[in-house]
Design a protein around this ligand. Structure first.
Ligand SMILES: Cc1cc2nc3c(=O)[nH]c(=O)nc-3n(C[C@H](O)[C@H](O)[C@H](O)COP(=O)(O)OP(=O)(O)OC[C@H]3O[C@@H](n4cnc5c(N)ncnc54)[C@H](O)[C@@H]3O)c2cc1C
Length: 402
């Protein structure tokens, strides 16, 4: 008997793969339904995987740890796996693949159907509290009862978005068997800034963002940047958030610079603005900028200038304005944390797991897969891909060992 803890992305694929290999599989899930997090992915559309999966899209203390799993399940075998259970995948932006239905519920329904067709037994609303092992068998401690089992897969996910079931169970199970945990922190998460941004809250720009740690540029990204009451969000912000969150673990001083015109050099932007001065009349700088940039941003930018009327912008003031448009500087206080993060960075130390089989190197018959492991991916289908791929490795290795 193989017991899987967690009916999320990784646990479900492991259950299917192990059952297909002839194993008897039971799955414990503390939520009242399976795949609750999958339902929330990709804004309800589920970004299943990506056409451009590479090792460099993954992070952790040992980035090459993902290679055997990515070789086992690459984009085309992932596509074939989902086709076989009845899901057609279609391409969105940046190589992202979604179910043709654009409904994450299709993924959950069809994974569930496949599990049941193969005879996987589910225990919902059932939290595994502790796992112990004697010389041969594991014992799961489940709400006052015990269950004996031959092998255990910990597919309990990470800490991101506790409302969807995330908790620290997996790390506690790992520690109880002597595993070490690489410190966890939120990734793909919104950032809290020191500055008061209420005035520009709700404004979204297609810009570039650079992150500075103790004055040194450590990462950058391009794409949507959304200003909010608390700070910044949007795809470019999620992209830089892993490094920011990691630096915050070590209390580093961080600031970001936002360029509202990444496609213009300073000179090009200055020339464009100079031409617009023809239409300045008696307009305030904010009104003159309105129509060129969002009106809320125009008022925000005006605050950084001495000159109030656009017609009074001399060469020096225009240079200052260009600087302001290409260097909105914000100091990062914190991230929004696990409450709203999409992913957990850190987790069960990969030095202690066999990358081919996902089996613990410390305890025979104990496996880990998905987000509970110290692997996290970029935004764009990479995290689910890791969950499917590592779950499949674990599912297949039951077969080899049983
Ligand atoms: C809002 C949101 C959107 C996202 N969108 C995408 C996306 O579009 N594409 C992408 O690639 N990634 C996305 N991600 C990340 C991705 O969903 C996760 O990385 C992935 O689901 C992790 O799979 P998992 O199986 O490891 O963990 P989970 O899916 O979290 O599953 C773990 C399960 O274990 C259960 N569990 C935990 N402890 C116990 C216990 N003690 N007993 C019983 N059950 C237990 C939990 O209830 C949970 O159901 C998103 C994440 C969020 C939060």
């Amino acid at each position: 008997m193989i017991s899987i803890i967690g009916a999320g992305a990784s646990g479900l694929v492991a259950a299917i793969t192990a059952s297909k290999s002839g194993a008897k599989v039971q799955v414990f899930e503390k939520n009242n339904k399976i795949g609750k997090k999958i339902l929330a992915t990709g804004n309800g559309r589920c970004n299943v995987t990506n056409l451009r999966i590479k090792t460099t899209n993954y992070h952790g203390a040992n980035p090459s740890f993902v290679n055997p799993a990515l070789n086992r399940l690459n984009t085309s075998t992932c596509r074939a796996f989902f086709e076989e259970i009845g899901v057609d995948l279609v391409e969105g932006q940046k190589g992202r693949l979604y179910p043709r239905s654009l409904q994450s519920s299709s993924i959950v329904e069809l994974l569930a159907y496949e599990c049941r067709r193969l005879g996987v037994e589910f225990f919902l609303d059932t939290k595994v509290e502790k796992i112990t092992k004697n010389s041969k068998k594991f014992t799961l401690h489940v709400e006052g009862k015990t269950v004996q089992t031959d092998k255990v897969l910990v597919a309990t996910g990470g800490l991101a978005m506790p409302t969807l079931g995330s908790c620290d169970s997996g790390y506690e199970f790992a520690k109880s068997f002597g595993h070490s945990i690489v410190p966890t922190h939120a990734s793909l998460v919104q950032l809290v800034c020191e500055e008061d941004l209420k005035q520009i809250s709700g404004v979204k720009v297609d810009g570039a963002i650079e992150v500075y740690e103790d004055g040194q540029n450590i990462t950058n990204a391009r794409g949507d940047i959304l200003f909010t009451n608390y700070g910044i969000s949007g795809s470019a912000v999620l992209d830089i958030s892993r490094k920011v969150s990691h630096s915050l673990l070590y209390n580093r001083a961080l600031h970001v610079k936002i360029d509202l015109f990444p496609s213009h050099t300073k000179e090009q932007l200055k020339n464009t603005l100079k031409k617009r001065l023809k239409f300045s009349h008696e307009k305030s700088v904010a009104l003159w900028l309105d129509g060129f940039i969002n009106s809320k941003l125009a008022k925000f930018i005006q605050m950084s200038l001495q000159v109030k009327l656009a017609k009074n912008l001399n060469n020096k003031e225009l240079t200052k304005l260009v600087y302001a448009l290409k260097n909105i500087t914000l100091h990062i206080e914190d991230t929004k944390g696990f409450k709203t993060a999409e992913v957990t960075a850190g987790g069960v130390n990969t030095d202690e797991i066999n990358a081919q089989t996902m089996e613990s190197k410390l305890v025979k018959g104990l496996f880990f897969s998905g987000e509970v492991v110290d692997v996290d991916g970029d935004c764009g289908g990479y995290n689910l891909h890791w969950a499917w791929a590592s779950g499949m490795c674990a599912g297949l290795s039951y077969h080899l060992n049983t």
